[in-house]
Design a binder for this molecule. Structure first.
Ligand code: UGA
Length: 423
């Protein structure tokens, strides 16, 4: 937003993050972000603070805190939303807009809006659709913008809603809004759009992973199947990559929180299919361990296993609900000696899973390995040379958890190659 010409203050309760950002360093790995920070540093348009009082004077306040899964439950933990909102409230002035970006159970916006009564500020719900690894691109060139506004009984934005819309329009002015579809709607729809979108994406991945199970049972190839059905524009090839399934801080917890909310609303049956989406996804992790066992002569006990990838997806250092680490930890629990490597996520992985061994590079991690497991499809793993890797391992056995390697090339180099959903 600073790069678009706005004056922005970023506030967080974590002093370490704020200090790093104030020094011009992104506190996490995100392609393009360091360049963007460098571009705006020196313009004076972007400052950082841990003091909510510094929000005073801003016309629009974006609420962007996380809503993780509540410990031991399916529901979302709204404590960060609550505390950020309560800390902000005393600093609001008449005419200010609070724009909610966090992914929340439907009903949260209505509740927050009611609690703005008397401040003169209003609430808009403006869900965020960026993907990690593409955050800069998705933010500056979004697929769509959604404004959830206060509406009257007919669903028409109130005067307050119109004012909030005008401010959002100013924030998202050209070039950002040029050619970007805008959906103006009520709070409930805006909140549901976000969880509906993530549920659809999760369902699409689990659908193709269910097909992968059929492929495994029949000798068919799920990558060719995905290509073939993906040519139908109504289906589309994107998000049809079968493999180890979805992880991260969004899709898994969002489908669970959505089911929990549906239950509270008395419509749990409407989302019971998401339970299956979750189950298919978790089964892929078990299958991955089974394949590692199969290529290790029936047992991974005492075997040296190399796991390529720790992040939940490439181009990210995020290890939240990472399928790669979940598989690595499971194999370690079952008696394997596991070494994990990742181009960016080793530090985060080590903090969360200190019992696993870590190495800086694929070749280092694979020294003396009995089996190599590709779990996160970083470009440098896709491009691995089977002979170079073959030179350091004890046995040439690989399980491709993301269907990104060329089976012919690896087999020609003497590898036992197994994958999820293809022969
Ligand atoms: C997801 C959504 O894609 C964003 O639109 C949304 O804004 C974001 O959640 C959010 O709620 O904040 P993200 O979690 O960054 O974004 O990652 P995705 O690109 O959606 O990938 C999620 C997982 O699905 C990854 O583990 C990835 O490996 C897996 N995946 C993705 C597959 O297994 N197959 C595919 O074909 C695509």
């Amino acid at each position: 937003m600073a790069s678009l010409g706005h004056d922005v203050v970023g506030i967080d309760v974590d002093p370490d993050k704020i200090a790093r950002l104030a020094a011009g360093t992104a506190p996490f790995y995100e392609p393009g972000l360091p360049e963007l920070l460098a571009e705006v540093s020196g313009t004076g348009r972007l400052t950082f603070s841990t003091d909510m009082a510094d929000a005073a004077g801003a016309q629009i306040h974006f609420l962007c805190v996380g809503t993780p899964q509540k410990h031991g439950e399916f529901r979302a933990d709204l404590s960060y939303v609550e505390s950020a909102f309560e800390d902000l409230r005393p600093h609001l002035a008449a005419g200010d807009v609070v724009a909610g970006k966090s992914t929340v159970p439907v009903g949260t916006a209505e509740d927050l809006a009611a609690r703005l009564t008397g401040t003169g500020a209003s609430l808009a719900w403006n869900p965020e659709f960026l993907r990690e690894g593409f955050a800069v691109q998705d933010t500056l060139h979004p697929d769509r913008l959604v404004y959830g506004l206060p509406t009257d009984d007919e669903g028409v934005p109130t005067a307050e809603g119109d004012a909030a819309r005008a401010l959002l329009d100013e924030v998202y002015a050209t070039p950002l809004s040029e050619g970007t579809p805008l959906v103006v709607t009520d709070y409930a729809t805006a909140q549901l759009v976000k969880v509906a979108a993530n549920s659809f994406l999760a369902t699409k991945i689990s659908f193709i992973n269910a097909m992968a199970e059929l492929c495994e049972a029949t000798g068919a190839d799920v990558t060719r199947l995905a290509d073939a059905i993906g040519y139908d524009a109504r289906i589309g090839r994107r998000f049809l990559n079968a493999g180890l399934g979805f992880g991260g801080g969004c899709l898994p917890k969002d489908i669970r929180a959505f089911m929990a909310r549906a239950g509270e609303l008395g419509v749990d049956q409407a989302l019971s299919f998401l339970r299956e989406v979750d189950a298919i996804n978790m089964r892929r992790r078990v299958r991955m361990v089974d394949l590692a066992r199969e290529v290790s002569a029936g047992s991974i006990v005492g075997k040296r296993v190399t796991v390529l990838g720790a992040a939940f997806k490439p181009d990210s250092d995020d290890v939240r609900d990472s399928p790669a680490l979940s598989v690595a930890a499971q194999m370690q629990l079952q008696g394997a000696h596991v070494t994990v490597t990742d181009p960016q996520a080793v530090e985060n992985a080590r903090a969360k899973w200190p019992d696993l061994k870590y190495a800086a590079t694929a070749l280092e991690a694979a020294q003396g390995a009995d089996v190599v497991v590709l779990a996160t499809e970083w470009a440098e793993y896709r491009d691995l040379d089977p002979d170079a890797l073959g030179g350091v391992v004890a046995h040439r056995a690989i399980v491709d958890g993301r269907n990104v390697l060329d089976p012919k090339a690896w087999r020609a180099a003497g590898w036992t190659y197994r994958a999820l959903g293809r022969p």
